[in-house]
Ligand binder design. Structure first.
Ligand SMILES: [Zn+2]
Length: 379
């Protein structure tokens, strides 16, 4: 690893993959055997134990956090980035107690380092989402005791765990995510803290494709990777267009893409027409809140929420594929969602619900599901 003046602190800060690789050169056979297993050990530890604080995970040289199939390398980034952002909890803002905004790091990180920082945030978000966590789960435990680097791995199983439970209680007046205010400033004035809390709860209950879930979280967070970001990055592909992928007239941000754009607006109407014909449900299109976040008072697998979510993802994905979002793609997303919703015995839960009858019938036809008839004919 070539760390000068190696201390315990420095070793604990090191990423597991880099320790595993370096251990191959250790002469002591015991430590070599132990330390070469560091990467799988660290990974198994954090996967097996749900009470473990994932926020302490070191993000460098760790196979859990990757970009283009490779872990983020400590050695190829500046110390300004690697020292200040060593584990997940370092991405939490000291002032707001939730994920830092880009403006908070802009002064220290320039150009490609800022880009790497954003990619790390994306990778960590993906990791958290896959564990059904959000950044709020990370920020909320800031008052508890923290371990340094992967040292918890060494100390876990001692009786100290009981104390953690006591100390981890969420403070009542935890600050709100600054994005909530930003959404209100952008015109969603009726989005109160209470409504956002319901959104977060729905987001954590949401069961759908992980990529879709991740994009849903990024919309709520106001940080979807849209063309407007190209203004911040030095783009290697030479494409620095910040305008809408569909109409080309306005800056592509969430508000334009899902609410204001004429092209996607036409698609919302087409999709609604199809949905109404297929399921007898007409999702309202006039309100901006549901278009962006769905309906917080309905469960995430409610037919209306499925509609809003699938339209959003179709619009998002269609940007690179075609001149307009594709209805065919939308229908296939809806089918995936209903497959999850009605799979196995879950269909029984919805079978008596009048508003679901058409959707269930449609799904049966699509999937070739057969009705089980209880009255077996006697021979
Ligand atoms: Zn547009």
């Amino acid at each position: 690893m070539r760390i000068p003046n190696l201390t315990t602190t420095k070793l604990l800060e090191e990423g597991p993959d880099s320790i595993s690789k370096a251990a191959k050169a250790i002469s002591n056979p015991f430590w070599q055997a132990v330390l070469t297993k560091m990467s799988p050990l660290e990974s198994a530890f954090y996967n097996s134990n749900s009470t473990v604080k994932v926020e302490e995970r070191v993000v460098w040289d760790n196979l859990a956090f990757q970009q283009n199939g490779l872990p983020f390398s400590r050695r190829s980034n500046t110390t300004m980035l690697t020292r200040n952002f060593n584990s997940i909890k370092d991405f939490i803002s000291k002032t707001t107690n939730v994920l830092m905004g880009e403006h908070e790091v802009k002064n220290n990180l320039k150009g490609s380092q800022l880009q790497t920082w954003n990619q790390m945030v994306a990778s960590i978000t993906e990791y958290l989402t896959s564990k059904n966590l959000t950044w709020y789960d990370i920020g909320s435990s800031g008052s508890g005791p923290q371990h340094w680097g992967w040292s918890r791995l060494v100390l876990e199983n001692s009786k100290s765990r009981k104390f953690y439970q006591l100390l981890m209680q969420k403070p009542n007046d935890a600050p709100r995510n600054p994005n909530e205010q930003k959404w209100r400033e952008k015109g969603l004035t009726t989005m109160t803290s209470e409504r956002f809390d319901k959104m977060y709860k729905n987001q954590s209950k949401l069961r759908c494709g992980l990529r879709i879930k991740w994009e849903e979280f990024r919309i709520l967070w106001g940080r979807q990777e849209l063309n407007r970001y190209k203004a911040n990055y030095s783009n290697t592909r030479g494409d620095n267009k910040t305008t809408c992928s569909y109409c080309g007239h306005y800056i592509e941000d969430e508000i334009h893409l899902y609410i204001d754009c004429d092209t996607s607006g036409t698609f919302w109407e087409d999709a609604e027409e199809w949905y109404q014909a297929a399921f007898g449900v007409a999702p309202p299109l006039l309100l901006n809140g549901p278009r962006l976040f769905g309906m917080e008072n309905e469960p995430p697998d409610d037919l209306l929420n499925i509609f809003y979510r699938c339209v959003r993802y179709t619009i998002f994905m269609g940007r690179k594929r075609a001149a307009t979002p594709e209805l065919r793609y939308f229908v296939s997303l809806v089918k995936d969602e209903l497959k999850l919703k009605y799979s196995g015995n879950k269909i029984l839960k919805h079978a008596d619900n009048q508003s679901e009858k058409k959707a269930i019938a449609w799904m049966r036809e699509q999937m070739g599901w057969v009705l089980h008839n209880r009255r077996a004919s006697p021979n």
